[in-house]
Design a protein around this ligand. Sequence first.
Ligand code: RM4
Ligand code: MN
Ligand code: MN
Length: 424
Amino acid sequence: MRISKNTIDLHNEKLYAAHKRKFDFIASEIPQIESVIQQLIEFNVAIPSWALGTGGTRFGRFSGGGEPRSIEEKIEDVGLLHALNQSSGSISLHIPWDIPKDYAAILNHATSLGLRFDAVNSNTFQDQPNQQLSYKFGSLQNVNGKIRKQAIAHNIDVINHGIELGSKALTVWLSDGSSFPGQLNFRKAFQHTLESLHEIYAALPADWKIFIEYKAFEPNFYSMTVGDWGQSLLYANKLGPKAYTLVDLGHHLPNANIEQIVALLLMEGKLAGFHFNDSKYGDDDLTVGSIKPYQLFLIFNELVEGMNAHGLNHAQDLGWMIDASHNVKDPLEDLLQSVEAIMIAYAQALLVDRTKLSEAQSSNDVVAAQEVLQDTFRTDLRAVVAEARLRAGGALDPIGFYRDHAIRESLIKERGSKNNATGL
Ligand code: RM4
Ligand code: MN
Ligand code: MN
């Protein structure tokens, strides 16, 4: 299904007067409002192809119905999100959960919805039905050279799919590691992984990047071979200029200072970008901003500061993606909430008074520094984000539109209520 521009205009007309009152008030307080709106319009967050169905845990999965049955339907779902918020104009494929076959048709389909293909993701954390050798004891780290070769070949295959679709990056997340002391020789595991990554790196086209994603635990519980940003950065530095460290918010040990990690990775020119989600305990993959919105703001504050210091283009030079799972919510509503949370945090970070903050820092005025950050964090910028969405052609209230137009019900009618989308 597609949403027509006309229905969005009608929706916006109804909400416009109330929106304008709120927007005019906040705009009168922000001298640089136009440039903030422009930056918000340009910002885009990719949607992963594996997050369009209902997620679950190892205990169960409760599908809400209408889930996409094919890569084409997943692209359509992202098209719906993008039509509503104008900030979800790209899709990130996970292979082999989604294998593109007819490239030209898929590209056409995506382009007609205003979508591009973001980073492609490899998967060597599961065995596939016809796979020859098992990844039970790891993939790129494996003690068996034949298994490493198979995993390398898969990654190169993923790059080749990405080339056909116009992707520009490969994201490698490895579940490699060990679950018990003594199981693994750490040094050898690292070296095998590095050698394997070198071979994958050599297959990257000139204008591609490789993102090395780290994770502290799970599925291995004693050691992870790319377990933290230090290890990821070691790989990225050894591999070369096309390799970067990818931060997934849920992949840290509890209470890690993620904003500091971001600042240092940017300083080193090695931050690939983000997988956004939120968590209470571990890799919970909850809606962005649902648990720790202040942390999200502090991260964006460092991102904006660091990107400006390095002259990076906020919208284009780093990879922005949601990596969440939706266990009890409608996946599309959940994704709309996540994108909105990201846009709000980004807008707030753009408005931090950096001159005042750096003066407070230079004079060790801790109170003033906190005031600067919290003053911005406590400013309600929802109307500014809505105005950017309106000007870009999106809906003033995406979730309201989605519900008023009974989009899930239409999807269930079209696709049925029993299917499970491939993915998490
Ligand atoms: C991992 C990691 C990867 C994602 C898989 C599905 O925990 O976050 O980015 O591809 O899950
Ligand atoms: Mn991730
Ligand atoms: Mn994860």
